[in-house]
Design a protein around this ligand. Sequence first.
Ligand code: FES
Length: 580
Amino acid sequence: MTFKPAQWPRPLRSQEWFGGTGRDQIYHRGWMKNQGLPHDLFDGRPVIGILNTWSELTPCNAHLNDLAQRVKHGIYEAGGFPVEVPVFSASESAFRPTAMMFRNLAAMAVEEAMRGQPMDGCVLLVGCDKTTPSLLMAAASTDLPSIVVTGGPMLNGYYRNERVGSGTHLWKFSEAVKAGEMTQEEFAEAEAGMSRSPGSCNTMGTASTMASMAEALGMALSGNAAIPAVDSRRRVMAQLTGRRIVQMVKDDLKPSDILKKEAFENAIRTNAAIGGSTNAVIHLLAIAGRVGIDLTLDDWDRCGRDVPTIVNLMPSGKYLMEEFFYAGGLPVVIKRLGEAGLLHKDALTVSGASMWDQVKDVRNHNEDVILPTDKALTQSGGVVVLKGNLAPKGAVLKPSAASPHLMVHRGRAVVFEDIDDYKAKINDPDLDIDETCVMVLKHCGPKGYPGMAEVGNMGLPPKVLKKGITDMVRISDARMSGTAYGTVCLHTSPEAAAGGPLAVVRTGDFIELDVPNRRLHLDIPEEELAARLAAWTPTHQTYESGYGWLHQQHVEGADTGADLAFLKGCRGAPVGRDSH
Ligand code: FES
């Protein structure tokens, strides 16, 4: 931790718009004053953009306007000038073809909103899955002082006294309906109790994972991730975040001061300890790409191997974010990593303190939620990176969500050429499939779907479910919801639409999965694989114009974060020319 605060006072970039008596400055100030703003707000104090991903079609973020007011209080209290700015909100539950296709578009739009407007620092007001990484990517590319505050998770869901986790129970209940164990009416009844309050998914799904990643990276105040959306302490957190960003601007504490390789390694280990979403792999690789940190899939495997999963939350365990908060939340987990020698303790955080200083005095209040190491859900909880002739650039698997008896498995492939093919065949009683088979889904990667949908945990065929079987080995180039579970190999790279070996797997081939040896192998002769690849021609749908075209032309593979190639790197925030 070598950060040295800048001298204060000094001129800030916002003064290029608002300072002085020239025509241009009067123009910028004068128009702002139509909002009833006193003149002294333009006197050189830090102008803080509250980048708000509120949207009524992003239900997980629909309460953020209230939190934005709390952030404003904090900014005013600390002597800053808050400006609330609505930004692109990529809703996980509503966007088609998939919110992931718009993560990069959101990041690009937010980056330009930060650079092109008079902001000296930013509060990233986020929650739903893609909103957190997209704004972090933007902040990393502008390198303006920035701090994350999330909207917080929903309260626990309940159905007839059973705890119901967002997403996790959607998959469970829909499979129970298919297996004849639950009626359609009961499923509809459960719907009413799934989402009982404002907030993001209450499982350790992608939203909770990315909130945890922001905290573990040092980009959010300690304790932010788990506070429920409706708990009054969430508002306090928002207000404290508003206060803090003003000082960060005065100190010139930027993302590049915090987002070092050590910060990413802390986040990767934290992800293993919490049983976090595989989506974190793609998002952290993309954020690292924006600050020029050399982070690879191999870092994920290396850092996660020795980390037990100690957070007993769905989808891997039994509780939800509400209980995690009452138990002490993420600071307890980070402290445990530190005690086990698995934390870069000196890593700098947005508070100005080191990671260790922030967590060293916290206590675990519930050992059934944050487990002792000898009772961990799995001793090696890190995301596993598989390689082999089926995934030359890697595939990932989440061990805490997988079945131990399938970790070494050889089975006959049943191939679905794309998600429509899967939907057309999966319920067919004549489909030649049993629980020993390996389900293979193609053309669901970054280019192929396009956007890399969360369909990798494809549901099992009804005739297998009816035998009481709940898991099979599944392989695809898709992602999986952080709320989902199963022995699922994801992000297979290169993807089928880019001509990866996945594209040439045929029904009837045999596939070997060997998690202990990190191997994913298509058991056909080398010459046969080479001949099939040489004969391959693209079959996926392509866009001819619009953002879809831009995305398909420039998106990179999942193994490097699926960013648009031309958006990688830090471009800073030069103030540029004034056109007035
Ligand atoms: Fe928005 Fe899960 S769908 S957080």
